[in-house]
Design a protein around this ligand. Sequence first.
Ligand SMILES: [Zn+2]
Length: 400
Amino acid sequence: MTAFDTVFTGARLIDGSVSDIGVSGGRIASISAAGSGQAALDIVDLGGALVVPGFVEGHIHLDTSFYGDSWVPHRPCTNGFDVHERVAFQAQNIAKAAPMDVRARKQLDLCIANGCTSMRSHVMVDGSVGLKSLETVLAVREEYRDLIDIQLVAFPQSGILKSPGTPDLLDEAMSLGADLVGGLDPASFDRDVERHLDVVFGVAEKHGAGVDIHLHDAGTLGLFTIEQICARTRVLSMGGHVAISHAYALGDLTPDAAKRAAVMLFESGVSIMTNAPGNHAFPPVALLRAEGVTVFSGSDNIRDSWWPYGDGDMLSRAMMIGYRSGFYTDDELRAAFDVVTVAGAKALRLEGYGLEVGDKADFVTLKAEHIPVAVVSVPKERSVYKAGRLIARDGAVLRG
Ligand SMILES: [Zn+2]
């Protein structure tokens, strides 16, 4: 009989059954009835803990968080929310902060300890910082390659048309190792939707890369931009490779209009990222999912110049999505969980995600009877496995 590298016994699966999971070469090689006595070099008794796939952190900013650094009190905008002013505050705060690599590591440790095994981070690439932030985060990504899979979005935080040199910098960023091209409020920030999207999709097409655009614009302006992004995605046959982050406008629409937008998003293959922000209308998660739209989530800002919240815990984020969406039934709670796991993996196009034979052995154990209770109770006692190896337990990353 072939011995597995590791057999995890007493694994409670999502369907409630208790099984033994055999892992070889970092992948799930077998799932068999509990007590089937599979041979292995190492046996780990999970004691009936719930086993779920690693959480997908679909939108975070590794370069701008102050998590683990000195507390930076939030400074309100002087005359209502203004992205330009917030970007200026951010530059002032970062100038006084610990080095970016130190802060990025602290944020990564936080996310990994909470069970995140894959992530998409936006990193500033624009005329204000050039490629410096990306170079720093690329080096940190390399350090963490055995702990977490990280996609990087070249993010023009200071605009594309408003920030000289940014189109060329985005192009260089992709050659340097960024995975996707970002964008930022093409209408309200750069005041030119078409020229902004020309650059974003132009660079993406040149490099065969995906797109993930920050879109805060509300109401009809936001919806118009969403329509333009969908149209380009269809023309370029980029369905499945394009995401819109925030898309607050979808939360401003009547149910009929939201349904039409959802059909358009689904038919275009554009996914939607929401972090269920506290003070905004946000996309109707259930309505979008009902029309087949991939809705995923992320922490977005963790203790940065935009807001002081965030704990890097995607299970807690699932709870927030459910809470703000009015999800009460078990099916709805499972939907909130899906947003931070399977749907996130679909949006990020992760290979080998899940808990089937052949999938990567990236999983989290939770002290919970089942998914609905995990979403409402957010148990913090957990172990995190990457490629079948224990990498974090109860809030701390294990090294060595
Ligand atoms: Zn963001």
